[in-house]
Design a protein around this ligand. Structure first.
Ligand SMILES: Nc1nc2c(ncn2[C@@H]2O[C@H](COP(=O)(O)OP(=O)(O)O)[C@@H](O)[C@H]2O)c(=O)[nH]1
Ligand SMILES: [Mg+2]
Length: 332
């Protein structure tokens, strides 16, 4: 009987999870920030797993919780989770501070009561960890339960960290409920970026994958470098060695010195310059920009939830304001 219960529970489909993965500094946090409409994410560090959960609930609530699945020796434990802070009423700076603290608490799993126990002054028990920080955004208008996860970036100068991150990414993206979002950066060779191989191994047909190509503004100034442009345009069309049937989306994020500028305007400028280059002219126009990426992800989420694409089309905003094109906006 107990066995039966277990197997029927295992069949309950998990909520769709959009998983962002790729090399360190490829632009994962920047893309996540824009997908969530600039939501409170300035306090993220590259070593942590951060999950944004959008949930249907009666009461509107925003909170940070800590999820522990391993101890200070990286040994698996029965997963447990605690609410760390209710952030509904906090301002951006306060949320950033809470996020910073939360990311340290999950690296100190011996602390059982994070709310009432101080952090060690400098050294954490774990340098990298599978324990994660979760930001929950819930409310009555939320149409789907959906998570977005940014996984730590892959670095190549530290083998134990590299192995850790690679196995972590594999664990997340093998699930049927995962929507794979490999983040490629235009500034280095696609074939050597780990995201390409990981996506191909976990999703050979490409059905669950929606690629993202960042930093095209850094390449657009070299229009005569045909080989590079051809490789990138082929990736965007989904016609590379790994056939990405959903394509790859050209996303241009602000640099650190452009934080105060409108990201959509910057993106439009880069796209305009790119379309001047002949190789890019036959790339479908719906492969450019955050707005189109959002629509594609929305489509994948609906498919994952078993909903048809025809009825109840996304209530897309007419304007091109960053907040209004965000996935959070679409899904609320
Ligand atoms: N020029 C340019 N810089 C970008 C772009 N996307 C991200 N960056 C910059 O690349 C750096 C790393 O970005 P981040 O999102 O933190 O990468 P992560 O480590 O993958 O999360 C930051 O300085 C960003 O401002 C882009 O499209 N163009
Ligand atoms: Mg990051």
């Amino acid at each position: 009987m107990a066995q039966q219960q277990k197997s029927s529970l295992a069949e309950i489909p998990e909520d769709p999870t959009i998983v962002l993965f790729g090399d360190l500094f490829s632009g994962k946090s920047s893309v996540l920030k824009r997908l969530t409409g600039g939501l409170l994410l300035t306090g993220l560090r590259t070593l942590s797993i951060v999950e944004i959960r959008l949930l249907q609930a009666e009461e509107p609530l925003r909170k940070i919780s800590l999820r522990y699945i391993e101890d200070k020796n990286h040994q698996p434990i029965s997963p447990w989770e605690i609410t760390f802070a209710i952030i509904t009423e906090l301002n951006e700076e306060e949320i950033e501070e809470k996020l910073h603290e939360a990311q340290r608490y999950v690296r100190n799993p011996s602390i059982k009561d994070a709310k009432h126990t101080r952090l060690p002054p400098d050294i954490d028990e774990l340098y990298f960890t599978k324990n994660s920080v979760c930001v929950t955004i819930s409310g009555p208008d939320q149409m789907y339960n959906l998570s977005m996860v940014e996984l730590p970036g892959v670095v190549r100068n530290d083998e134990s960290h590299e192995q850790f991150v690679l196995s972590l990414v594999k664990e997340y993206i093998k699930k049927e409920s995962a929507i794979l979002v490999p983040i490629f950066q235009a500034t280095s060779d696609i074939a050597i970026q780990c995201a390409y191989r990981l996506a191909r191994e976990a999703d050979p047909t490409g059905q669950r994958t929606v690629g993202v190509l960042t930093k095209m503004d850094r390449i657009v100034d070299f229009p005569n470098d045909d080989e590079i442009h051809l490789e990138l345009a082929t990736l965007v069309k989904g016609q590379g060695e790994h056939k990405l049937v959903n394509g790859t989306y050209v996303i241009r994020n602000p640099t650190n010195s452009e934080i105060r500028e409108d990201p959509d305007e910057l993106e439009k400028e880069t796209i305009k310059a790119l379309k001047q280059i002949s190789i890019w002219r036959d790339v479908p126009s719906d492969r450019y920009g955050l707005h189109n990426l959002t629509i594609k992800l929305y489509e994948r989420v609906r498919t994952c939830c078993g909903l048809s694409q025809i009825d109840n089309q996304p209530k897309l905003p007419v304007s091109y304001e960053s907040n209004e094109t965000s996935l959070v906006y679409l899904l609320f």
